[in-house]
Design a protein around this ligand. Structure first.
Ligand code: SF4
Length: 480
């Protein structure tokens, strides 16, 4: 007959006491965390608290707290209070920190005060990966993802929302004033009148606050304010919902799916292509990189800026023409003849380059043919104007867009490649974060928090690729 597996007797003494080393296997992740942090020059990285004062209480070494954070983020333990608890009961942490157990305030303050140092550690790990040839021959895929900020939607105000609340409170004030009038006439008891007056005073205070908020919203450049985390913004997310969030940008290598560069913003993706390309070039120490992005990044000035940086951007073009909504021929029905520098319209007429205008920060050539349009039989399908000819605007550097679209047409698999590359890191990071939002507030602190997530993601990815022992040896070889 089989038996249950029995544990050891708690009172059993051993002749040779076991050491912490016995509980941590050779392939345990804590070993590579230890190697990496020990090899870092924390003074160069910009960590505070490395110089000791002659007097005062002893401090924890930044390496101890850095190891704790890297372990915590790798194991989905991000809050300082939970990290404090883990230090007291987790054998892996006891091994890693030499049984030190800092309190939650010390842990939280370290993250708050060492943002620059933590970002430099994240960059150093990318540099380690670069020196291990992880990015050899890789392109870079850029994408943004919204991370929910520590700011409730109710504490975010836009002009429309503030006006809605003002109207609601004003209605309530009118209603309560009417109630007071009626109470006066009907001689209702004084307790009820006092309660109504108190409620009325509350509404008046609310109205005063709302008018102050309205003024702040109107004076704000973005025309919105968030009261809990002032740097967060209400942004569109997938499924057309709106969430108060930060837009985290990342550049991911297409070969090993490592995050090469990242940045925390509170603006949409458009306009982020060139800045992210620059960060990726610095991290890869290489200018001629292929940069893949989705159509949300398409912006003509940004495209030109990226090419001028020496990179090769590839992304689909967004159709911003409103012609179809107006019920007239779409701009795409006008074909450009580069040799003659003319457009051929749907009626087969030639529209010549007549003038140049400067609109929305760009120089545009304007093409039209007054005589052809005047006598055109399908004019009603082409323009809503009774007297003016149909005009086609062309960016003076449109050739750059056409060359890029041609490359994309020749290699349509690049967009699939981009999607498969860039969605992996954000998916993983959000899964590890769980259902929670960002734990910190303001740009400075959120950037540190995201750097820790990125460092952890890359660290975990490299362990998957090389194994604990392989990565430990590689780190030693690169950083020693
Ligand atoms: S209205 Fe002018 S541009 Fe439009 S189809 Fe006719 S000729 Fe061509």
């Amino acid at each position: 007959m089989s038996k249950f597996i029995c544990g050891e007797n708690r009172d059993q003494s051993t002749l040779f006491p076991e050491s912490l080393e016995d509980y941590v296997g050779e392939e345990n992740t804590v070993r590579v965390i230890d190697v990496f942090i020990e090899e870092l020059n924390l003074v160069e990285m910009g960590f505070k608290g490395l110089t000791l004062k002659a007097t005062g209480r002893p401090k924890y070494h930044p390496a101890t707290l850095l190891k704790l954070y890297l372990y915590g983020y790798l194991n989905r333990i991000q809050s300082s209070r939970r990290l404090e608890t883990e230090c007291q009961r987790n054998i892996e942490l006891m091994w890693l920190l030499g049984k030190l157990a800092p309190d939650f305030k010390t842990i939280a303050d370290f993250r708050k005060d060492n943002g620059d140092g933590i970002k430099n550690v994240c960059k150093t790990f990318v540099e380690v990966c670069r020196r291990l040839n992880m990015f050899e021959g890789a392109a870079v895929a850029i994408d943004g993802s919204k991370f929910k900020a520590s700011n409730n939607k109710a504490n975010n105000y836009t002009p429309k929302k503030v006006q809605f609340h003002i109207d609601r409170v004003e209605k309530n004030i009118s209603r309560y004033l009417e109630l007071l009038d009626e109470a006066d006439k009907e001689q209702v008891n004084s307790v009820k009148i006092e309660a109504t007056k108190e409620r009325l005073a509350d509404f008046r205070n609310q109205l005063k606050e709302l008018h102050e908020i309205k003024e702040q919203v109107e004076n704000h450049p973005d025309k919105q304010i968030s009261t809990t985390d002032p740097d967060s913004r209400l942004m569109k997310t997938q499924g057309f919902t709106r969430v108060v969030s930060y837009n985290v940008q990342s550049a991911v290598d297409t070969k090993n799916h490592l995050i090469v560069a990242h940045d925390v913003t509170n603006v949409p993706d458009r306009g982020q292509l060139a800045p992210m390309t620059k960060l990726a070039q610095e991290a890869l120490q290489k200018k001629d990189i292929m940069v893949l992005a989705d159509k949300g990044y398409f912006s003509q000035p940004d495209l030109k800026a990226t090419i001028e940086l020496g990179a090769e951007p590839i992304m689909p073009k967004t159709d911003t023409s409103s012609s179809e909504k107006k019920g007239i021929f779409n701009r795409s029905m006008f074909k450009y003849d580069a040799d003659k520098d003319i457009y051929i319209c749907p009626a087969g007429n030639e529209l010549q380059n007549r003038m140049q205008v400067f609109e929305q920060g760009k120089y545009l050539d304007v093409y039209f043919n007054c005589i052809a349009c005047r006598d055109c039989k399908i004019r009603s399908q082409c323009t809503k104007s009774k007297k003016d000819a149909r005009r086609i605007r062309r960016w003076v550097h449109e050739k750059l867009t056409e060359q890029m679209l041609k490359k994309l047409e020749d290699a349509p698999e690049l967009m699939l490649h981009r999607k498969q590359t860039v969605e992996h890191p954000f998916g993983s990071i959000k899964l590890w974060m769980g259902a929670t939002h960002l734990l910190t507030r303001r740009f400075k602190n959120v950037s540190t928090e995201i750097s820790l997530h990125v460092l952890t993601y890359n660290f975990r990815r490299m362990i998957t690729i090389m194994g604990v022992r392989g990565l430990s040896n590689a780190i030693r070889a690169v950083l020693q």
